[in-house]
Every structure is written in C-alpha cells, then in structure tokens.
Design a protein around this ligand. Structure first.
Ligand code: R5P
Length: 289
C-alpha cells in the first residue's frame, strides 16, 4: 500500500507501477484556521509505505506526524517513508553558537515515526551515512548520479561540480557518462551570495555540464556557469537531482547563460526528465516482506 497525497499523485502512480504497490490516497482538509485534518484509507496494510517529498517542508512535517501516527492506529506495523527529497539535511552543524542542528533534530524525529526511510541524494556532507542523520531501523540513501550521467551520451563533456561537497555526485555521473570530471572551490557569503573558483583545467571549446545535488536559489550554478563561459566553454548545461529552484532561480540561470537544465523528478519542475521511480522501487524490494 502506497499512502500518498493528491499533489504527488503523478509520482505515486509511477512508483506503484514500478514497485507493484497499491495506490492509497490520503484525503486532506484544511480548516478555516489553517489546521489540517487527514483521512487515511482503512484498514492500513500491515506493511505500508508513505510517499512525501519534502520540498517546502514545514507543513509537510505536520502531515507526516499526523499520517504516520494515524497509520499505526489503523493497522500499520511496519511503516516506510519514501521522501525522494529529504529536507533539513544541509544544517548539519551549529555554525554559530546557539544554532539548532536541524539535520539531527529532524532526522531523529523521522526515525521515531518510521521504521524505514528511503531517500535520494540527501545532503550528507559531514556525516558518513544516512543512518547517522536519520537513525531509523533502515535508512537508505540512493543516488541519482548514475541516472544523470547516463542521460549524457557524448564523451566530450566535462562534468563540473560547484564545490568539494559535490565531488561524489560528479564523479559518479561522469563515470556513467564516461567523460571527464572536475570540481570548483566555492565560498558562500550568504543565501544568495556565492563565489566560485574554477579548477585548473582547460575550458576552451568544452561542453560543460554542471552537476549538483540541489539547486535552490540557483546562485551557485549561475556563478559556475558564468565562470565556465568566461573561461571559453562553448556550452554550459546543468543537471541536478533536486530542482527546488525557488523565486527567480530559473531566470537567474538563463541570464547566466545556462543552455539546458535537466533534473530528476524528486521535486516537480518543468525540467524533470529523469524518473527515479525504478530506483526507489529497487530499494523497496530490499525491505522485509
Ligand atoms: C550546497 O552545498 C548544495 O550542494 C548546493 O550547491 C546549494 O544548496 C545550492 O544552493 P543555491 O542554489 O541556493 O546556490
């Protein structure tokens, strides 16, 4: 049984098709004062999966709390969260005294609600595994990088990561595409203020594909694109797993000279071109029956 919300029906249909599950929509009512009421199909199967991709996460966390607790009361004994995009993973340390370490707090809270958590390309920079951040019985972090790399067939591409954190994704994507890879150095001064230094490789006449886990304001990718074009790249494309692309991000990327922008379907966006349903389905098949 795949419990899901109406705004994620398209992904849910792809996933039930890939994984052989049954669609189980959750009805949602918003009261005039903003509170939510959820209604789950009954009974809930002993092994149930809840789909919720956690972009724009704050209200969805309340949905998860209500849905997970209700699912248990209605029969679920083993509950899996499939969150193709897992929010709050970037604040993985207190960078200034008093800062809440969101990754740890949200991760433990999810582990309390779910027996298993499956996600794709979570931003795990300073922790070694998803289980450290989300200490659920089972915590599976998949990567879409091979799918991204596989969507580029030409070996004359240079895959470029914006920063050292992106290196594992860039290397995995480049291995799948059988092309060159390199990473930049990034200095972040604020939410929308990013400076990038290119690696010491030749960009003259190259087709550059910038690969990253997530694009949010687009400022990181735009800074890399501008630099690569200034260094002589003949074309710059972008490929990311999670296309959050908030506010004016699309326009910022176009203005920076980005030619093509493609993403996976973990966050709905017109650039979605790579389905992750089979990837998630393969992980679901590894869970206890
Ligand atoms: C950061 O470490 C991530 O990998 C992304 O590079 C970053 O989150 C992108 O953010 P923005 O699009 O706002 O520059």
């Amino acid at each position: 049984m795949l419990l899901h919300f109406d705004d994620e029906r398209d992904y849910a249909v792809r996933l039930v098709t890939a994984a052989g599950l049954t669609l189980a929509p959750i009805e949602r009512h918003r009261f005039p004062d903003g509170e939510l009421k959820l209604r789950l199909p009954t009974p809930v199967a002993p092994h149930a999966v809840l789909l919720r991709s956690l972009h724009r996460p704050n209200e969805k966390l309340i949905e998860l709390l209500l849905a997970a607790r209700a699912a248990r009361e209605l029969g679920a004994r083993h509950l899996t969260l499939v969150a193709p995009y897992l929010a709050y993973m970037r604040q993985d340390a207190a960078f200034a005294p008093g800062e809440a370490v969101s990754q740890r707090i949200i991760g433990r809270w999810l582990a309390d609600l779910f027996d298993a958590v499956i996600t794709i390309d979570p931003h795990l920079h300073r922790v070694g595994s998803l289980k450290e951040a989300v200490p659920a019985g089972t915590a599976i972090a998949l990567s879409a990088a091979p799918l991204i790399g596989g969507s580029f067939s030409t070996t004359d591409v240079l895959m470029l990561g914006p920063d050292a954190e992106a290196e594992p994704w860039v290397r995995a994507a480049a291995a799948a595409a059988d092309c060159d890879a390199a990473v930049c150095r990034k200095t972040r001064r604020g939410d929308r203020d990013v400076e990038v230094t290119l690696p010491a490789v030749s960009f003259a006449g190259r087709h550059v594909v910038i690969v990253d886990d997530v694009a949010s304001t687009g400022r990181t990718l735009a800074a890399v694109a501008r630099q690569a074009l200034a260094a002589g790249a003949r074309r710059v494309d972008v490929a990311v797993t999670h296309a959050l692309l908030v506010d004016d991000a699309d326009a910022v990327l176009r203005a920076a000279g980005v030619n093509d922008f493609l993403s996976t379907d973990t966050v709905p966006h017109p650039s979605n071109r790579i389905s992750t349903a089979d990837l998630i389905a393969s992980a679901l098949r590894t869970l206890p029956p």
